[in-house]
Write a protein that binds this ligand. Sequence first.
Ligand SMILES: C[S@@+](CC[C@H](N)C(=O)[O-])C[C@H]1O[C@@H](n2cnc3c(N)ncnc32)[C@H](O)[C@@H]1O
Length: 410
Amino acid sequence: METTAAEEVFVPDVPPNFGQLLQSRRVEANLTIAALAKKTGLTRNTIVNIEQGSTTPSPQTMRRLLAVKALRLLETGTGEGPSVEAWFTKAYNPIDLIDGMTALLNGPGGRIEQTYLYLDPRSAVDYFVLCNTAEYVAAYREKIPHDQIAERIIKESKGVGLDVDGLGCGDGKSETALIQRLADRMPEPPDLQLYLLDISHVLLSEGYRTALNSLAPRRIPVFGIHGSFTDISKNPVLFAHPLTVKRLRVFTLYGGTFGNINDEPWFFQDLEACSQPGDLLVIDCQLVRAPADQPELIRAAEPLLKNGQPPETHHKFLTGPLKRHCEGLTHIKLRSVLSPHCLVPGSYAIEFWGDVEVEYEPKRRFLIQRVKRYDLDKLSTFLSTLGWKTLQTWKYGPGKLAGVLLAQRQ
Ligand SMILES: C[S@@+](CC[C@H](N)C(=O)[O-])C[C@H]1O[C@@H](n2cnc3c(N)ncnc32)[C@H](O)[C@@H]1O
């Protein structure tokens, strides 16, 4: 039997006592059923039925209830009784994902879906180590201009509450840093919520704990979503707020997560569906070393292309999935090549390929990772065609070769 988009959303974590929870939080918030109905656009009957436990809320209904911050339905780590602490989208099915990865790595070669790079626990840990080397942290992570980004977000938000959606959050350090800077600029208690979404259970757990440790003392709710950013338009927690709720969403893609998106135009079309005018978007990315249409200049300027190989520091992360999952593998040789085949105008990618030898089999070639570089002006023009207007950009890091773009949904 075919399923509709709404049925595909898998919401196992509506607690069995959700009706009771809703009722107690509504009363604590001094909201009558009529007032809650007005805030959410739900009928009084729907609310009564949920509170009495005779109806399980649909994803759309949940979205409306979760958006009412006074209900504190998403609060975690406060030890004050039940809450909705975890959310799994249907696409987040680790058994299927691991099976898919194993099949691909034992196939004839070709492109490895970028999501698979972070899937197995060892891969996630190897990535965690890579992005936390002292060198990388000092050069990039500590240089992200969070203060300036927060300043501008606060200016655009005009005093309304903010829901920050950290897409592909990894260890959550950058999202947490941004939230702290936002909170510093808001009246106490800050009207902020943080949603962290990642495909890797290992990284999401780390990100969730990092965020909770820093933000729970400030009573900022943190919420973990196990899911894919290719699937955001099926995830009610990330849907656009109903018009009755005056809050803004701030979607963030930090630390090269943007470069992990295979089809940027499709991604922004989904993001447009999940947002409303005024919502904000923070993209943190690496910048082009030379114009995308000048391959010779790029080859001369790109450290990742210099020896025709990815840096030694990346070998463990890049070869790990093949070494662990490709049966009969005897040898892998890595190489890096320039690819002009990118969808965002002005951008290019450095591709890391693995030439793989397997017993009794012809050689296989796998495209393991694509690291993308963007031109901020051309990225802005591209985003404007998809409904996002650039408000400000910043360059940072060594040689100002990393950049952040803040855009607003029109
Ligand atoms: C390049 S890392 C960046 C991590 C983090 N934002 C940072 O600043 O270090 C990409 C992150 O996106 C996650 N990721 C990759 N594919 C994903 C997908 N399809 N859906 C959700 N997360 C994904 C990875 O697990 C990883 O945490």
